[in-house]
Design a protein around this ligand. Structure first.
Ligand SMILES: [Zn+2]
Ligand SMILES: [Zn+2]
Length: 223
């Protein structure tokens, strides 16, 4: 007998020959349903960033605005909307420092099945990781046994939640590449937890575009 990692309800899973070798169930059926409700339906979404848009558009306003300022990322990959249970899970994980939830997030998300030369986590400012005692992005990647390269540093804290979009755009780029790697012609996948305005990932992308990379994709846990 196990309990749901999220709601603590008892999970009665009869042991059969088919599930004997399967990975143990983490959450109950009701919580699984609630998470499935948050999945992104890719119809009527911006082709680049998956934001819901009306049928007669192909690109959203956010992407149009980003294009004025930044070289654009190739594609955002993301399985979940930042709403409902997924939002609650991510908030509990990040802000209440509930480390064990990294296993739940790792179980439900799906990285794009393409070859990348480098899978690069977005760093948090070191003071935030110290407070949280773990990095929310790398903890999930480690759970998924994904080989990642820590090569970015955030020089100062973003504190973006309190800023307007205009203020965010005028902030200096907080990222620097700290590893001595050759990115020429490389395919890069940047990983962040939540995609909101896209400004953060585009600031990070700037640092790689000048290194003559081939492709820059982004994956986030939710958007
Ligand atoms: Zn549950
Ligand atoms: Zn878009």
């Amino acid at each position: 007998m196990v309990n749901c990692l999220w709601c603590d309800a008892q999970i009665n899973e009869a042991l059969t020959i088919t599930n004997f070798y399967a990975r143990p169930v983490l959450i109950c059926e009701a919580c699984d349903d609630a998470l499935q409700q948050c999945k992104i339906q890719t119809k009527a979404c911006c082709t680049t960033c998956l934001k819901p848009i009306s049928d007669n558009q192909s690109q959203c306003m956010d992407c149009a605005m980003l294009a004025k300022r930044y070289q654009r990322i190739n594609q955002l990959y993301c399985n979940f909307q930042y709403k409902g249970m997924m939002k609650a899970v991510l908030q509990q994980y990040k802000f209440n420092r509930d480390y064990v939830l990294c296993t739940l997030i790792a179980r439900y998300i799906q990285l794009p099945r393409m070859h990348y030369d480098y899978i690069i986590p977005i760093p948090s400012h070191s003071s935030r990781d110290r407070w949280r005692t773990f990095n929310p992005v790398t903890a999930v990647l480690a759970c998924m046994h994904v080989k990642y390269t820590n090569c970015l540093t955030m020089q100062y804290d973003r504190k973006q939640s309190s800023l307007t979009k205009r203020q965010r755009l005028s902030q200096p780029n907080p990222f620097i590449i700290t590893a001595d790697l050759d990115f020429t012609n490389k395919n890069i996948l940047l990983v962040d937890d939540i995609y909101t305005t896209g400004i953060t990932v585009h600031q990070a992308a700037c640092k790689f575009f000048v290194r003559k990379i081939r492709k820059f994709d982004v994956f986030t846990f939710a958007r």
